[in-house]
Design a protein around this ligand. Sequence first.
Ligand code: NAG
Ligand code: NAG
Ligand code: NAG
Length: 511
Amino acid sequence: MFASLIVIILGLCHCIKDSNQTFQGFPQLSGPFEALESDTVKYKCKPPALLTNESILLQLVQRDQILDEKTSVSGETGNFTLKVKPSHEGYLKCVARVRNDSNIEHSVSSAQYLKVFVPVTNATILILPDATEVFEGAMTNLLCSHNDATNVSYKWYLNGQLIPMSPSAKELSRQSTTSKDNGSYVCVATNRFNKKEYRTNSSEVIIRIKVRVSKPDIYFTVIKEDAHNYSAMVTCQSTYGTPYITFSLYNEEKLFANKTGEDRNVTFKVSVILGRNMGWFHCQASNGDRIVHSESLALRVVPVSGHVTVRFDSHLGKNYAVDSVTLFCEAENGTHPRYQWFLNNTLLDNKGRFYSVENQPPEQSLLLLSVGRSSVGTYHCNVSDSFDNTTAIGSKKLYLDEKVWNRLPDALVATVFACFTVLILLVSICCWVGVLFRRRRYGKTSLMGLEMQRTVAAYEGVLDVSQYVEDADEMTPPSGEEFDQASEASLDEWPDISAEKSFHGEPAEFP
Ligand SMILES: *[C@@H]1O[C@H](CO)[C@@H](O)[C@H](O)[C@H]1NC(C)=O
Ligand SMILES: *[C@@H]1O[C@H](CO)[C@@H](O)[C@H](O)[C@H]1NC(C)=O
Ligand SMILES: *[C@@H]1O[C@H](CO)[C@@H](O)[C@H](O)[C@H]1NC(C)=O
């Protein structure tokens, strides 16, 4: 009871004191709502009235931090200056206090928001994931990073060309890169304050889109090192792929050698023994991603040997005259033959006025001739090892002129003759059968039968067979199977033929 009395008395005393000394109302803060970073701006704070004449301390406060303070004597307005920093963004208040008297409650103005404008600077491109070399099809993202400026617009350039994108695109994202994405990137970031544009360019970033190396081809040529030693120059070659490419040559499963370079082809030297199987070789290629393999190649070098033969084919032109001739040259053995063609013992180039050479190694070489006066002469071919031209083997000589190339090929002659023989045979059989039936029929047929016979005869050759067969039906049964079938077929056709015939109304005449 006593304690509560004391509290009430104390509270009363406090009330009496306050009524003499508290501020009447609140301070009033005024000043800019936005400001450019590092500018100096001014705020004013009008203190509230105080009954006593004590000086008032005015403070510009943000988040319990005093940014500036001024003493105000006899109610004058306090002027604050503020050098704007990005951290000043937020609510500002003015607090009024009575100096040297902490018993008097301070008074606080309403809050005013300050927006700090930061000009954009220090643009740089960040790459995610952090790699300037990317394989085709991989993802890449470029981020235009800068200071903590706000309201920023972006422009992206690839090789100096503006990439059409939304101005708010801070990030340039490629889910699946292609060779078109290759090149130098720059981002430009801008923002504006009071009609002034602030701008920063990033330094360029070069993105290289790498093409995966393609499946390599493998082939080899042979060189003669000296009288007894030969080497195969084995080439591994890819048609595309961004360097550097590592090529590895394997003999069966064993690594023979590795080479890395800027070219899409490399050559390895492997010594070989002529006529011997040196095993299967294959290439592997990689430029950082997956490994690709070539086909396997049997490394075997057989020198040219045996007979070299030359033959020719004639080709008929529009008017059934021979207008071109192909000569073929083949060697019996040899994996690396080199062919040479000669006319009248003069070596022919690969292409001339009336001829061209088409090598189809290792099997053969073709000499395509358009016939005429200049192509008359004696032809032969020489075959040597491509790696050793001291081994040439010559073919027999072949003389060609219009008489030779116009001679019909034996096969054609044989075919024509065979066809002709068959034709003669068929005609003779027909005649013979015809004579036989004609003789028999006149002995036996009725008048009606004869009339029909005559009708059919008007069709002459075309219907000759059915005519005989129809008659044959009445007489002796046919013996052969073939004959039987023909008989049925012609019986089916018979009524139509007769109907058609009578429609035309040609009178049947008795001979
Ligand atoms: C307030 O106190 C300080 C020392 O604490 C003194 O220097 C100053 O003169 C005093 N001001 C008033 C108005 O009493
Ligand atoms: C190998 O590559 C080089 C350079 O790319 C090229 O000049 C050369 O012709 C190629 N060799 C073969 C055999 O293709
Ligand atoms: C080749 O020799 C024949 C005679 O054997 C001759 O008629 C022909 O004109 C010669 N051809 C060439 C191109 O020298």
